[in-house]
Design a protein around this ligand. Structure first.
Ligand SMILES: [Zn+2]
Length: 499
């Protein structure tokens, strides 16, 4: 079992549960739902799939609610038939915040835990809805040493809709105190929102010009848990866009995540930043597993394979992905004709990257096989060379700004409006367009919603990533010595920054 536990559901599932649990007569009620597990490196998540509402004969409501065994059995059998686990929820009318377990709550759930596990093969998940403010709390009933069952409390419960709403377990993930460094940020959206955003575990895939900018800005805003994933080594050709990278990074063959680390730590205003920098690819099984530990992902990569993996996770594992990119059109003489940048939140309820035509799924296999790095393959297959990688640092800031604006809309919902849907900015006319790309019926990606560990496996060995890690590791003794000296200077700078 992974160390920590979480629950995620779509806004639709949240509404379906609320329709049963929030009663006009302000009495308690109960409801069952099915879930599928999603197993990350250090966290396992129960993804709620469907709600099984109770009939009048399934429970007795008398201020409190008593669930009858037939309902639990019927739910467990349906869960088993669907290859799912069972979640049992009850409400605390009028209550607010994360709920602790009363004696009777604990007794009711514990008494069913072994039976449910026996029938479904998966642990019972218990949840409580505090109807006063809509906060969820959750726990998983594992086999315990003494009593037969013992529960693991969740870190958080995530509801994914136009706004990403997170309920927090204050015991396991206490609110970080906002520091005076964040005064202006807090004055924009308040203490409560800041405490919520600061605790979210955010992954940035790709530490190029956009990814590094996003990392530095999130760190400055007080995010505590940030992961940056990239396997590339800094090259000379990156220096005109990779703000913060220097010639010494090329000389010392530093991975891009080294630059991301330097910038994120220098920008961070969190009291105790827990930043992680990974040289994996999200296409490798270990990279994919690490991605599943996160609440929100920024996709700052342009290759079809990693974007297909992230596109899939947004639906199969209910982790919203904020994606975007830039295309610069030039004529045959190399003059700029236009530049367009797009951004979109990929999540259930919004079109996937294939539906909004930002990802050609037919290119995933050639990318996986390394064919997209082979000019003769590209010419032979008649693939239009999308671009020669034209990019300008003056414009990459617009891409990161667009991604970050999507992030604020999804997280904070200014004016009660969440993510705006796919948007596109055209530089020549300075026109901002709200795209209305429809969700294709029978989209193979969106149909995997909440599949969790049963998702189609797109991961595999990534020779290019392995090669880049070898380049970063294979340095002579001089480079090694210079790296050591550079690291000492950096450590001293970090120490001074924290004083
Ligand atoms: Zn789709």
């Amino acid at each position: 079992m992974s160390e920590s536990f979480s629950v995620a559901m779509t806004a639709g599932t949240h509404r379906a549960l609320g329709a049963v649990l929030v009663r006009d007569d302000r009495q308690e009620d109960v409801c069952i739902a099915l879930y599928r597990p999603s197993t990350g490196e250090t966290r396992s998540t129960a993804l709620l799939t469907s709600v099984v509402p109770p009939s009048d004969a399934d429970r007795a409501v008398h201020g409190n609610a008593t669930v009858f065994g037939e309902y639990m059995l019927r739910g467990a059998e349906r869960a088993r038939d669907d290859g799912c686990g069972l979640m049992f929820a009850h409400s605390h009318p009028g209550a607010a915040k994360w709920q602790s377990m009363s004696g009777p709550d604990r007794e009711a759930e514990a008494s069913y835990a072994n039976l449910i596990r026996e029938i479904t093969g998966l642990p019972l998940v218990g949840m409580t809805l505090a109807t006063g403010d809509g906060t969820w709390s959750a726990r998983r009933w594992d086999i315990g040493a003494g009593t037969g069952v013992d529960c693991t409390h969740a870190d958080n419960v995530r509801v994914i809709g136009a706004q990403l709403c997170v309920s927090w377990n204050e015991d396991l993930c206490p609110s970080p105190a906002a520091s005076s460094k964040q005064e202006r940020t807090v004055s924009a959206w308040g203490d409560k929102c800041q405490a919520d955003l600061a605790r979210r575990r955010i992954l940035i895939v790709g530490a190029g010009s956009v990814g590094i900018d996003v990392a530095a800005r999130l760190a400055a805003s007080g995010i505590q848990r940030l992961t940056v994933m990239d396997f590339d080594v800094v090259e000379e050709k990156n220096l005109d866009r990779l703000i913060g990278a220097a010639q010494r990074d090329v000389r010392l063959r530093r991975p891009k995540i080294h630059v991301a680390r330097r910038l994120a730590l220098a920008s961070s205003t969190a009291e105790r930043p827990q930043f992680e920098f990974s040289d994996r690819s999200v296409c490798e099984p270990e990279g994919l597993s690490l991605a599943l530990d996160h609440d929100l992902i920024f996709s700052c990569v342009d290759r079809p394979w990693p974007r297909a993996v992230l596109n899939s996770l947004a639906y199969s594992d209910l982790i919203p992905v904020i994606d975007g990119g830039i295309a610069i059109d030039t004529n045959s003489r190399g003059r700029m004709l236009n530049a367009t940048w797009r951004s979109h939140v990929v999540r259930p309820g919004r079109p996937c990257l294939a539906c909004n035509r930002q990802l050609d799924l037919a290119l995933v296999t050639p990318d996986r096989q390394g064919d997209l790095d082979n000019p003769s393959y590209i010419e032979g297959a008649g693939i239009a060379p999308e671009s020669n990688g034209q990019n300008v640092s003056a414009l990459s800031a617009s891409v990161s700004a667009s991604l970050l604006a999507q992030y604020v809309s999804l997280s904070v919902a200014p004016g009660g409006i969440g993510d705006p849907g796919p948007i596109q900015y055209s530089l020549s006319s300075h026109f901002l367009d709200h795209r209305d790309d429809p969700i294709r019926p029978h989209c193979p990606v969106e149909s995997t919603e909440a599949a969790g560990d049963l998702r189609p496996d797109l991961s595999g060995a990534h020779p290019m990533a392995a090669q880049q890690r070898e380049i970063a590791a294979a340095v002579d003794w001089r480079t090694r010595a210079l790296r050591w000296a550079d690291n000492r200077v950096q450590a001293l700078t970090n120490w001074l920054n924290r004083r």
